[in-house]
Design a protein around this ligand. Structure first.
Ligand code: SF4
Length: 360
């Protein structure tokens, strides 16, 4: 397929692999931030094309994985209400909460619908004025503009039966949390290309300078990832710590300023809890006071929900690059994609799920 297959060319991959071998003299630990990159690395065996000295560790950039259990339980409670049509992207429907998942709520008669855009949920709100329509607004900076647009449009059109259950998280604070942890092993980052398409990459320069780590904005195809690794290793070997852009066909330094404008109209930065990691200061979006009427958490007043993660699960350490999935005793034994015990086995972009599929 044009514009995709070129980025999987085996000859060019071998060339990049040889280049990485040639420039690597010391051991380095590099983290790919995004779950899509993790999935591609494991699926295409990119780690097997690297010298033993290069270790890739997998980051927290899978939005389904890091959505906290409490938020899943809130979604289940709202979706079970008879006056609600609960809309979500499909990948959230089988994420287990404490007492089931959204699919089981649907099986029990809840009106749970898969949509492809929050604007589809807005249309459902327009067509069903006697129902409350809730969209599960999950994800990183990438999904924030469309979610912001939906709320903005709802307000413009005077629709009051629409709200968002917001669980947005932000990449740079998570990178800082990893780098400032006493367990940190990460020496260089492949930053998530799609996040930078929206936000640009200027906010990474202070992180690179403060922690002395190279950060390479990287795409998702095998050649993107290999080139991103080559750029990162080159900097590490030369003692540099700059922000570089491998994904120049999509990312500009300033990002998409129109999308950013819309985000800042509708969302403000707040602390957020990350599944498996815990609360990270200023690491998520919430609706601004001007848009609070569209906040499903306030509208349905669910109170404080307390949950308990499985004690056997190491996903917090995996999401911080400290452990690998096969180091978990539960991996492929008591924890499988059908019966996930933790965050990173839930989504196909989660590291445990990718290892289960391609590396068992
Ligand atoms: S294999 Fe399962 S239990 Fe182990 S870390 Fe991964 S998600 Fe958690």
């Amino acid at each position: 397929m044009k514009y995709l297959d070129e980025y999987k060319d085996p000859k060019l991959a071998a060339q990049l692999s040889r280049q990485i071998y040639k420039i690597t003299t010391k051991p380095w630990v590099i983290m790919e931030v995004c779950g899509g990159q993790t999935h591609a690395i494991v699926k295409f065996g990119i780690d097997t094309l690297l010298p033993d000295k290069i270790e890739l560790v997998h980051g927290p950039g899978c939005p389904v994985c890091v959505t906290p259990l409490e938020m899943i339980d809130r979604a289940l409670a709202i979706a079970a209400r008879h006056d609600v049509i609960f809309c979500s992207f499909g990948d959230m429907l089988r994420v287990p909460g404490t007492g089931g998942d959204l699919l089981s709520v649907k099986a029990q008669g809840g009106d749970v619908r898969i949509v492809y855009s929050p604007l589809d949920a807005l249309k459902i709100a327009q067509d069903n004025p006697k129902k409350e329509i809730v969209f599960f607004a999950v994800g990183f900076e990438t999904t924030a503009p469309a979610n912001a647009m939906a709320v903005y449009q709802a307000r413009e059109r005077g629709l009051h039966n629409f709200s968002l259950l917001v669980s947005h998280v932000l990449v740079p604070p998570a990178m800082e949390a990893i780098l400032s942890s006493k367990n940190n092993r990460v020496q260089g980052f492949l930053a998530a290309g799609h996040v930078c398409t929206v936000m640009g990459y200027r906010e990474y320069s202070p992180i690179a300078a403060k922690y002395k780590v190279p950060i390479v904005v990287t795409g998702f195809e095998p050649l993107d990832i290999l080139q991103g690794i080559a750029m990162c290793v080159e900097q590490l070997e030369e003692g540099q710590y700059d922000v570089e852009n491998q994904y120049a066909r999509s990312v500009r330094a300033e990002g998409n300023v129109y999308a950013q404008d819309l985000i800042t109209k509708v969302f403000c930065v707040t602390p957020r809890k990350w599944r498996g990691i815990g609360e990270i200061p200023q690491s998520g979006f919430s609706l601004t006071p001007q848009y609070r009427d569209y906040d499903a958490e306030l509208k349905f007043n669910l109170g404080d929900i307390k949950t308990q993660e499985s004690r056997d699960c190491l996903s917090g350490l995996i999401l911080q690059g400290v452990k690998k999935p096969h180091e978990c005793p539960a991996f492929a034994v008591t924890c499988t994609p059908e019966h996930p015990l933790g965050a990173t086995m839930v989504s196909s972009e989660g590291a445990c799920s990718a290892y289960y599929r391609y590396k068992r």
